[in-house]
Design a protein around this ligand. Structure first.
Ligand SMILES: Cc1cc2nc3c(=O)[nH]c(=O)nc-3n(C[C@H](O)[C@H](O)[C@H](O)COP(=O)(O)OP(=O)(O)OC[C@H]3O[C@@H](n4cnc5c(N)ncnc54)[C@H](O)[C@@H]3O)c2cc1C
Length: 471
């Protein structure tokens, strides 16, 4: 008899899951989940992402129960233990194959290669599937055969080569015969250093993810192009946590767009086309992680920025983390992150640029802070976004383009509505004054003066980048 172990990681769904569908075609399936809490904590994952993941696994267990697929749970300290832990389960159950969907950061690739090698050595099959991208990294290359380091030609190539094969949804397995193996209880998440945000903000699982997609496309998708940059408007999909942990697939998203947009992803409604473009960014950064693995080793994509003279400024960093820089748009954004585990994309760009340029603090500190707090924390997108903002990455913002936070605030929150929501102390000021509150208008309001002067900070950052060029 064939029995396949399906190892779930960041693909916590039964719908359109490449590895699971292939496993079910072979015969009976048992699911396994490895929880490596100490490993994740050592790698800076905080309470929000860990809690969302735990709730996602619980939801997956329920979905799998509907297919009579039991989910086994193993705790390990470090992913180096993964080969032995998985082999032990395979031997226990007499399974002859292991399936999983690829993850692309370097450590995850190495972990998976070790698992495949251990299974081979034991005479068992272990197979990875490319599920979270339309094209496996290495399939879209420049004319010279290199990985793309610039987004626009990557996106062009992505659209040109996309066909029915990449878009086809995998079958959800039919319920299998019950097999006398019981699903295991999922242990509670132990108390962590921080406590997670209220999970009701981000209900986990495939159902909530599908609802979000439907609501977004029905009510906001066509306005996306016009609304996506305004944090006071709920103009984006807020699907990132679900995509990051695979509670929904990018194919489900793309198929839903095709249905709404007369069968096209590249033409037709401008809002929907702009949204598809963001899904292509997501894929781009995954290819970058494989093609330029230095980014997975805490290195800048652009080697010449390696020697940038970042400032050691713990006080500045603490003020940024806690949302007390005296720049309301930065502070409101950081408070949104701390309270909801999510931050609007425009604000991620503004806060990341403020830390790396105005404070000239190493972007890697900000990257780690985001990973600790974001419910959607995902290495490739987070690293790509940070390196973009710090002008060290692919397709990066040119070093001389330094957002003026006050101008950004007036432009993207013109009525100061977002500012008032997250900085209630400023809500009584006239809307226009909220972007850079004059001290005399503040009266007794407890709000700090700007931690740095924009012009001076800009000049300092330019100097640091120019010094680099002179080297
Ligand atoms: C400094 C910085 C850090 C970031 N960290 C993360 C992260 O850890 N995880 C994460 O998923 N995204 C990250 N992003 C990208 C982006 O900000 C979020 O994906 C987006 O804000 C999520 O909101 P949404 O789901 O409403 O997005 P929508 O605008 O509805 O976009 C749809 C989906 O496309 C993907 N996407 C959108 N923008 C990007 C982008 N610029 N790069 C890659 N994928 C994108 C996401 O999966 C998103 O859910 C980061 C961006 C920056 C500038």
């Amino acid at each position: 008899m064939t029995l396949t172990l399906m190892w779930f990681r960041s693909d916590l769904r039964i719908t359109d899951n490449r590895a699971l569908a292939a496993a079910a075609r072979r015969g009976p399936v048992v699911a396994v989940y490895l929880r490596a809490l100490p490993h994740w904590q050592r790698h800076g994952h905080g309470a929000n992402p860990l809690d969302f993941r735990a709730r996602g696994v619980a939801a997956l267990k329920e979905s799998l129960a509907g297919l009579n697929i039991p989910l086994l749970h193993r705790d390990i300290d470090d992913f180096r233990e993964a080969p032995a832990a998985l082999l032990a389960v395979a031997r226990e159950l007499d399974a002859d194959a292991l399936h999983f969907n690829h993850e692309y950061p370097l450590d995850e690739q190495r972990r998976d290669a070790a698992v495949v090698a251990a299974f081979r050595e034991a005479g068992l099959e272990a197979r990875g599937f490319h599920d979270a991208v339309a094209f496996p990294p290495g399939e879209l290359l420049t004319g010279k055969g290199d990985y793309y380091g610039v987004f626009t030609p990557f996106a062009r190539s992505w659209h040109r080569q996309l066909g029915s094969e990449q878009l086809a949804l995998s079958d959800t397995p039919a319920p299998q015969a019950t097999m006398g193996i019981a699903a295991e209880a999922l242990p509670e998440l132990p108390a962590l250093e921080d406590s997670p945000i209220d999970g009701r903000q981000w209900p986990a699982g495939e159902g909530p993810a599908a609802d979000r997609l439907e609501r977004f496309l029905r009510f906001r998708g066509r306005h996306y192009g016009r609304q996506r940059d305004f944090p006071a408007i709920r103009g984006t999909s807020e699907l990132s946590p679900y995509l990051a942990l695979g509670m929904i697939s990018h194919r489900q998203c793309l198929q839903a767009v095709l249905a709404e947009n007369d069968g096209s992803l590249a033409e037709g409604d401008a809002g929907l086309v702009a949204w598809v473009n963001e899904l292509v960014w997501r894929e781009f950064y995954r290819h970058v992680a494989v093609g330029f693995p230095q980014v997975c080793r805490h290195r800048p994509f652009q080697a010449h920025t390696e020697g940038l003279a970042w400032r050691n400024d713990d006080e500045g960093f603490a003020a940024w983390c806690e949302g007390r820089t005296g720049y309301p748009i930065v502070d409101a954004a950081m408070r949104q992150l701390l309270a909801t585990g999510w931050m609007h994309n425009r604000l991620r760009m503004i806060t990341a640029m403020f830390l790396s340029k105005h404070l000239l603090i190493d972007w890697r500190r900000g990257e780690a802070f985001f990973m600790r707090h974001l419910v959607d924390g995902e290495f490739c997108a987070n690293n790509g976004g940070w390196q973009w903002a710090a002008s060290t990455g692919t397709d990066a913002a040119p070093y001389f383009r330094i957002f003026n936070p006050t101008t950004q605030s007036s432009r993207f929150d013109p009525d100061g509505i977002f500012l008032a929501e997250w900085l209630p102390a400023l809500a009584d000021l006239p809307a226009k004054a909220r972007h850079a509150p004059p001290r005399d208008l503040l009266g007794g309001v407890d709000y700090p003066p700007p931690i740095v002067d924009h012009k001076a900070a800009r000049a300092r950052a330019l100097e640091a980048f120019k010094a680099l060029k002179a080297d």
